[in-house]
Design a protein around this ligand. Structure first.
Ligand SMILES: NC(=O)c1ccc[n+]([C@@H]2O[C@H](COP(=O)([O-])OP(=O)(O)OC[C@H]3O[C@@H](n4cnc5c(N)ncnc54)[C@H](OP(=O)(O)O)[C@@H]3O)[C@@H](O)[C@H]2O)c1
Length: 388
């Protein structure tokens, strides 16, 4: 007959940032905790073993705090036949919805999928928000343990809990990328970093700025990472793949030059788009401002085409045809015209860019494909839409 008592002997598999904090807190709250982690590293004063099968052999509860779905699968495959028949598996790792439901199917009613909101300080303080999907009886049995770690929110099923966890982290990723934009713009305007952070702390990104100020001032070495760029990038890649719907933050974080082991806040400090990528875009802007086609010849590859819909029909100009449209002097209303670069995304030797040009009654959206050739970046092609 299954034990109905609250689990006392707990194995924690994965003693990284979260697993270490979870194991430490449970041990401090009178649970008999034994930890295991792949690297063999210690977690405070938590008792550890080098054999995950030994860790689970006597446990009534097995807590997973592993990097991703494949790590969960690998570790569970290794310990599966050493698990006591009535042990509950509590998975706090952030994994894909499909991975979560596959584990729930495989382990049945003894599996609790419970991704958590909140980082290392919340785990240490028992202030996590726990999105727990489980059969009522399993959840009731482990509730006192979960309540030592934070607040329990009951989810309909494992896939829903996993998906909502990814959605929650998209909020974090969006905030980091918004902060990156703010810091880049401030740098471009020559504003001092400390003063910029002081003012940002008063606004919508205030909580993030206050918590992460050391990383925003001094970079990755400022303090130990609590949640890494690699883990957040993993989550956004899982979200974009699960939804099959474009997600800017997935690409934005994947391209971060800082080490994946750096705290995620460091992703807000990556420098602006390199000037070399902007050079052909700025030459293109000068072409419009002066009406001198020489700037376009410097901006585009000779093979470029300029394409769009004109009066209902698709038109594709060669570069020569495009240059011939410009008279060599500014348009009469040039002082009233405005242009801005909206977005540039660099992926190694290729990039995309978008610009908005307000020319009299017409506003154009220009979409560029750029390539890095031997002597620098060039626009390979441009497509445009005219909003009248
Ligand atoms: N940190 C946070 O603020 C936070 C908050 C909420 C949720 N999460 C999620 O919680 C999970 C753990 O995050 P974390 O920040 O603690 O990550 P972490 O510090 O990188 O720790 C990851 C753990 O997974 C283990 N691991 C990785 N790959 C493995 C594999 N193939 N086989 C066996 N073990 C493997 C590591 O083992 P070794 O290092 O010993 O080799 C380590 O114990 C992740 O899913 C993360 O997305 C993190």
């Amino acid at each position: 007959m299954a034990r109905m008592t609250t689990p006392h002997t707990i194995a924690v598999l994965g003693l990284g940032r979260m697993g270490g904090a979870i194991a430490t807190r449970l041990a401090a709250h009178d649970r008999d905790v034994v930890g295991w982690t792949r690297s063999g590293r210690a977690a405070g004063s938590v008792k550890v073993t080098e054999d995950p099968r030994e860790a689970v052999a006597r446990a009534d509860l097995v807590v997973l705090a592993l990097f991703d779905g494949p790590a969960c699968r690998q570790v569970l495959d290794e310990v599966r036949d050493a698990l006591p028949a009535d042990a509950i598996v509590l998975n706090t790792s952030t994994v894909a919805p499909a991975e979560a439901s596959a584990l729930a199917r495989q382990f049945g009613p003894s599996y609790v999928h419970a991704p958590v909101l909140g980082s290392v300080p919340s785990a240490a303080a028992g202030a996590l928000q726990i999105l727990a999907a489980a059969e009522r009886s399993a959840l009731d049995r482990i509730r006192p343990v979960l309540e030592t770690l934070g607040t329990v929110r009951h989810m309909d099923d494992a896939a829903t809990a996993a998906a909502l966890k990814l959605i929650a982290n998209n909020g974090l990723a969006g905030a980091v990328l918004a902060l990156r934009d703010a810091l880049r713009q401030a740098d471009a305007l020559g504003l001092p970093r400390t003063q910029t952070l002081d003012v940002l702390e008063l606004g919508g990104l205030g909580a993030l700025v206050a918590r992460k100020r050391p990383f925003l001032l001094d970079g990755p070495a400022a303090a130990p990472a609590e949640f890494t760029i690699g883990a957040l990038a993993k989550d956004m890649a899982l979200l974009a793949a699960a939804s099959d719907t474009p997600l800017r933050s997935a690409a934005g974080l994947a391209d971060t030059p800082a080490a994946p082991e750096a705290d995620f806040a460091v992703a807000a400090t990556v420098p602006a788009v390199p000037a070399a990528v902007l050079a052909p875009l700025r030459a293109y802007l000068r072409g419009h401002a002066t009406g001198d086609p020489a700037h376009f010849r410097g901006a585009f590859l000779p093979s470029a085409h300029i394409e769009g819909i004109r009066e209902g029909a698709f038109v594709s100009w060669r570069l020569d045809e495009y240059c011939a449209l410009f008279p060599g002097r500014p348009a009469p209303d040039e002082p009233a015209r405005t242009r801005r670069i909206d977005a540039v995304d660099v992926h190694g030797t290729v990039a995309t860019a978008t610009m908005t040009l307000a020319h009299g009654a017409d506003t154009f959206t220009d979409v560029f494909l750029l390539v890095r050739v031997d002597d620098g970046w060039r626009i390979a092609n441009k497509a445009y839409h005219r909003h009248s």
